[in-house]
Design a protein around this ligand. Structure first.
Ligand SMILES: Nc1ncnc2c1ncn2[C@@H]1O[C@H](COP(=O)(O)OP(=O)(O)OP(=O)(O)O)[C@@H](O)[C@H]1O
Ligand SMILES: [Mg+2]
Length: 426
């Protein structure tokens, strides 16, 4: 079968690496792909929002399976677009339709959904321009800290945790009145702050059934010891030591199952990944957010632990037979360390030549923000390369990943050396 994978980050390189290992994968196309996927498939260079070019490619290359990596095309309705072509009605698309992607695309939708189906989450209220005065009144008296979230997609920047009521009022006004995030902040969800430790849980859905994948924990802050600015993600580990069987049972019963059955009750044929952003408060799981795709860098830690054939698993999505799918998992720990451009997540310089990848031992090297300039590999994004190493425990995996991180060089490269170490103290 010919397969198309949409996206160009480390997440997509990891998915491409896994898909290309399947004997069922004939030709793998990427839209657009990155220098790391060059040897795994055909980089088409087609942008993730160019739906008509994607549609033409699917028709021309007789593609039977489309895997959507990032959220933007999902929220824009790539699945709806492709399936509206009668010639593509049997296309197997890994990724939800526009309605299903609202789980991620609208915080207000996801809160209403969680409340309707009794899924534990922070209590909240949503405000708009029409109800701004009520909102100001509400946040000026809210207990602290208080969380304000732009309703729509904001590339991971739409959440503010206000420490004072004045800051909360100012943030609410900035978001709604001054349209800080454009259309994404015409609505704002104001919610109670929960204290606990976060974990990402992933389920693959076929519209009826779900398959749980290994969980992971990601590290968002730029600095060691979880300090400094938020980033797209500086590293991840899987499995997560504090996630035991009892906790996972609660997650499945209270969160995963009601989500999947709720989607069905809403008439949504959800085919694809659900990312449950969870927080463990005491011993109890609460849902912070949903995403309609896999996480990045969590994918780079989770996918290598899956021993089963990923094309087989995705075929089971298409035939709605995930309840019969047996997932074989590597019991070892993976640690993913992300190498970033110096200065990221603020301004950074691009175009430095990257060397030493061929000397990195005992790790998987996934490209994210790299590109080719006059045949040479250079950094072209904030997050440049993700390195995943296996170990019998976090320290062993981390030592390997950090060693490789040292071996790969470009000017001003930066990375965190402490990924996963906080979990050892717990
Ligand atoms: N109610 C809450 N209590 C405590 N912390 C919260 C709460 N809501 C959000 N956060 C913090 O803010 C982060 C971002 O929130 P959320 O996941 O909703 O936003 P997002 O922009 O969709 O994130 P992502 O880019 O990971 O999809 C969370 O990972 C968590 O650390
Ligand atoms: Mg999100």
């Amino acid at each position: 079968m010919n397969i198309l994978l949409i996206g160009s980050g480390g997440r997509e390189h990891a998915l491409a690496w896994k898909l290309a290992q399947s004997s069922k994968c004939d030709k793998l196309f990427l839209a657009p792909g990155n220098p790391g996927t060059e040897n795994l498939g055909i980089n088409t260079g087609i942008g993730v929002e160019d739906f008509s070019a994607i549609e033409n490619l699917v028709l021309k290359e007789n593609i039977g399976m489309v895997v959507v990596g990032p959220e933007v095309p999902l929220v824009m309705g790539i699945k709806d677009h492709l399936l509206s072509n009668p010639a593509l009605s049997s296309l197997n698309i890994i990724g939800p339709d526009k309605m299903g992607a609202q789980l991620e695309g609208s915080k207000d939708f996801s809160k209403k959904f969680m409340n309707k189906y009794g899924i534990p989450t922070a209590s909240s209220r949503t405000f708009t321009f029409q109800t701004l005065n009520d909102g100001v009144e509400y946040v000026s008296k809210h207990s602290l800290p208080v969380v304000l979230k732009a309703d729509g997609l904001a590339a991971g920047k739409g959440v503010v945790i206000a420490q004072t009521n004045e800051e909360a009022v100012a943030t609410l006004k900035e978001m709604i009145q001054e349209r800080k995030f454009g259309d994404s902040s015409t609505k704002v969800v104001v919610e109670q702050f929960l204290t606990g430790i976060e974990v990402s849980v992933f389920a693959l859905c076929d519209g009826e059934n779900y398959l749980l994948l290994p969980e992971a924990k990601d590290y968002k802050r730029i600095g060691e010891g979880d300090t400094g600015l938020n980033t797209g993600g500086m590293g991840a580990v899987s499995p997560v030591p504090f996630v035991d069987e009892i906790f996972m049972q609660k997650v499945e019963e209270r969160i995963v199952r009601p989500t999947v059955s709720g989607l069905k009750k809403e008439g949504i044929n959800y085919t694809g990944f659900i990312f449950f952003g969870l927080i463990k408060v005491g011993d109890e799981p609460f849902t912070i957010e949903y995403n309609a795709r896999m996480g990045d860098p969590e994918t780079e830690a989770v996918i290598p632990r899956i021993k089963s054939d990923l094309v087989d698993i995705f075929e089971d999505v298409g035939t709605k037979t995930l309840h019969k799918t047996k997932l074989e998992i590597d019991s070892r720990t993976t640690t993913t360390v992300v190498l970033v451009s110096g200065g990221y997540p603020e301004d950074y310089e691009k175009g430095f030549s990257i060397t030493g990848i061929e000397n990195a031992q005992d790790v998987l090297v996934f490209h994210a923000g790299t590109s080719k300039k006059e045949g040479k590999l250079v950094n072209s994004g904030g997050r440049v390369i993700a390195l995943t190493a296996f170990g019998s425990h976090i320290e062993e995996a981390l030592a390997k990943a950090n060693l490789a991180a040292d071996t790969i060089q470009w000017q001003k490269k930066n990375y965190r050396k402490d990924i996963g170490l906080d979990l050892l103290k717990k």
